[in-house]
Design a protein around this ligand. Structure first.
Ligand code: GLU
Length: 480
């Protein structure tokens, strides 16, 4: 397809909720796949809901996810401005054209009157349609007067690329407001004008706009515009029940996940695959693979359930992938903000070593804070943690002490403090003491870390170093 133009058109009403990001990811993938253009447009006409700083948050979120845009805030473009609040004259011009053509009218009816009409309909138990009450002789438009569309009630058939063939009757068409009395356009009107002016070919947005689509189709017709492709994205559902994912369901903003140590690759991967698959078993996709494989036809038409456990699993997969493909250093560069405070006084190479033995246990990078403390701080000796350990509690304290001393003796004899030499010594210790790995290794592991788990014991000892490891073992032996 030629000249594909897609857009992400968020309203700056707060942080980007995880459920909304797909409306940015899919248009991005379609644009890149077709060598087309992706536009970022800020729909800030609802001044009551406007939140200061929300636009910057949107920009940061997109940048962090690696979703760049070809036109819009920060980058500019031929259709400037990209903030709807700055395009009011454009909408007014289009609305005036509709008024001149007899397809829109100025409406001075006060709110109270409209409420009466609504009330009347409720009493009669008939649907309230403003077109049944439209003023007979609308005045000439003046600033401060809303402008309404003069609809022609009829049936519509259209195709939604995800929802399939749609049909509605005339009862859903109404005289929708185009320009509000504050001079700002409604979403209903502004997006039609902008999509047309900006040459948008694919309108991808949440399914909540599906029910208003007949009114949009009526506007395309009245404005003699060809319809873009209409692509409704089903809701993302809360982890349980049948409702849309909301802030109350524990869904965080994208930036909160970033701050918790989720990688953008994982977030993009997870969200792209929430309600889309390429028909194979593949689960891990790079951005380039998504661009290559994404297809609108394979977007599911039912809601996709949000599952944070899956997101964190995927993040773990991505942490390993970056380590395996780009190396410890590259992964380290992504973790700098996530270490325990005390780590700052240790050389970078030491932190890279710690990361190299622990990365495959991380779900998020902030796990580093909780999982690596003993590499940077002397752990507090807690004898009960040893004597009550599930593998050690069968032994008496005297037995434990003697086992620990034997271990210290053996490890002190290891001259070359390497992974292999330590493994040999540990294996010999098992044979010589007749203990099970769970017993012997738990004892040494706890004595050097006092952490619930640690990486492979020989690796932990190598990274801690000979001196620290033996000093910690001796200190524990003295305390039992
Ligand atoms: N401003 C609308 C929203 O944030 C966008 C809908 C659309 O993409 O057209 O929901």
């Amino acid at each position: 397809m030629k000249n594909v133009v897609t857009r992400f058109a968020p309203s700056p009403t707060g942080y980007i909720h995880i459920g909304n990001v797909r409306s940015a990811i899919y248009p991005y993938l379609v644009a890149r796949q077709n060598n087309g253009k992706m536009i970022l447009r800020i729909e800030d006409t609802d001044r009551g809901r406007y939140v200061e700083g929300a636009t910057e948050l949107i920009e940061d979120t997109l940048k962090w996810l690696g979703l760049d845009w070809d036109e819009g805030p920060l980058v500019g473009g031929p259709n400037e401005p990209y903030f709807q609040s700055e395009r009011r004259e454009i909408y007014l011009e289009w609305a005036k054209k509709l008024m001149d053509a007899g397809r829109a009218y100025a409406d001075p009816t006060p709110e109270e009157k409209i409420d009466e009409y609504r009330h009347e309909c409720n009493e009669k138990k008939v649907p309230f349609l403003y077109r049944n009450f439209r003023p007979e002789n609308p005045p000439k438009w003046e600033p401060g007067m809303p402008i309404r569309f003069k609809t022609i009630p009829k049936s519509y058939d259209w195709h939604d690329e995800v929802m399939g063939d749609m049909h509605t009757g005339p009862e859903v068409l109404d005289d929708i407001i185009l320009i509000k009395k504050d001079g700002y356009p409604t979403y209903n009107f502004a997006h039609i004008v902008d999509d047309a002016e900006m040459g948008v070919t694919h309108v991808m947005r949440g399914v909540e706009y599906l029910s208003s689509t007949p009114n949009y189709l009526a506007l395309y017709e009245a404005l003699e515009l060809s319809r873009p492709l209409l692509i409704s994205l089903p809701h993302i559902l809360a982890p349980t029940g049948n409702k849309k994912l909301g802030k109350r369901d524990g869904a965080k903003s994208v930036t909160e996940y970033r701050d918790d140590g989720v990688l953008p690759e994982a977030m993009l991967n997870y969200l792209a695959c929430l309600g889309w698959n390429d028909g194979t078993e593949q689960e891990i996709y790079t951005k380039d693979e998504l661009v290559e494989k994404f297809s609108i036809e394979r977007i599911q038409n039912s809601g996709a359930r949000y599952d944070e456990t899956k997101l964190l699993w995927m993040n773990g997969q991505w942490i390993r992938r970056i380590f395996d493909e780009q190396g410890a250093r590259a992964l380290y560069d992504r973790t700098v903000n996530f270490w325990p405070e005390e780590a700052a006084s240790y050389p970078e190479e030491y932190r890279v070593k710690v990361l190299s033995i622990i990365y495959d246990r991380l779900k998020t990078m902030s796990d580093l804070k909780t999982m690596t403390g003993y590499f940077f701080t002397e752990p507090e000796i807690d004898v009960t943690a040893i004597v009550e350990n599930k593998f050690l509690k069968k032994m008496s304290e005297a037995e434990i002490e003697s086992l620990l001393k034997t271990a210290i003796q053996k490890l002190s004899d290891v001259k070359e403090w390497t992974e292999d030499k330590l493994q040999v010594a540990l294996n010999e210790l098992l044979e010589e003491t007749g203990k099970k790995p769970a017993e012997l290794f738990s004892l040494i592991r706890i004595a050097v870390s006092f952490a619930p788990f640690s990486p492979a014991l020989n690796l932990t000892l190598v990274v801690l170093g000979r001196e620290v490891s033996l000093a910690r073992l001796n200190a524990v032996a003295r305390s039992i």
